[in-house]
Design a protein around this ligand. Structure first.
Ligand SMILES: Cc1cc2nc3c(=O)[nH]c(=O)nc-3n(C[C@H](O)[C@H](O)[C@H](O)COP(=O)(O)O)c2cc1C
Length: 188
């Protein structure tokens, strides 16, 4: 049976222990299909993804090098690194698309939930040097890397060093609805 949305929201988590099981192209395509159906301002669909699945490729090694070392230490073991990339200007009408990062984030959220449904983890990474990553991918100034993502089937938590091992299995913590929802009037 398909998991419900509630189950997927609870099941999705950003893990750091990865299996070396390869990720089939069909599985990646299902993740991109979920990203594809995200909403976006003016239906601009500013999202792009670079799939880095060759451990020896120059682009992958350079993107890994752009990461902060504490991220690289676990991310480099992921069979797939995805770079989500925003197109910063509108394609047809011209001008800056101030919604580009929002909309790529939204597509990424779709992608991550689909991955959870398929039994994978997507760990998003913001701790990287944007210029180095953009250069590694050969992006022009019209594009920017939004988030990098380590994509993998989960591995055993025991292989991780402390304190990552503890974090891998710790309960996920969230603010209560009452802390961030303001009914009718801003209350902060
Ligand atoms: C845009 C973005 C950037 C993130 N950057 C990092 C990062 O640099 N390093 C890291 O370990 N986790 C990173 N994370 C993962 C978050 O720490 C994680 O989503 C959060 O702790 C909630 O955990 P959960 O995704 O398992 O619910 C990032 C997540 C997002 C959405």
């Amino acid at each position: 049976m398909m998991p419900s949305l509630d189950q997927l929201l609870l099941q999705r988590r950003s893990l750091r222990s990865f299996s070396d099981r390869p990720i089939e192209r069909g599985i990646l395509d299902r993740m991109f299909e979920a990203a594809r159906w995200a909403s976006s301002a003016f239906n601009e669909q500013p999202w792009n993804y670079v799939v880095l699945d060759d451990p020896a490729s120059d682009a992958r090694l350079r993107v890994l090098a752009s990461m902060e070392p504490h991220n690289r230490s676990w991310a480099e073991k992921a069979p797939v690194i995805l770079a989500s990339v925003a197109q910063l200007g509108f394609r047809g009408r011209g001008g800056v698309n101030r919604h580009a990062y929002h909309d790529v984030g939204q597509a990424n959220a779709h992608l991550a939930l689909r991955a959870a449904e398929l039994g994978l983890t997507v760990h998003m990474i913001g701790g990287f040097d944007h210029r180095t990553a953009a250069e590694a991918l050969g992006l022009s100034a019209a594009f920017d890397v939004v988030a990098l993502m380590a994509v993998a089937y989960p591995g055993p938590p025991e292989v991780l060093p402390e304190p990552l091992r503890v974090r891998e299995v710790a309960p996920r913590i969230r603010r209560e609805i009452g802390e961030f929802v303001h009914f009718g009037v801003w209350t902060k």
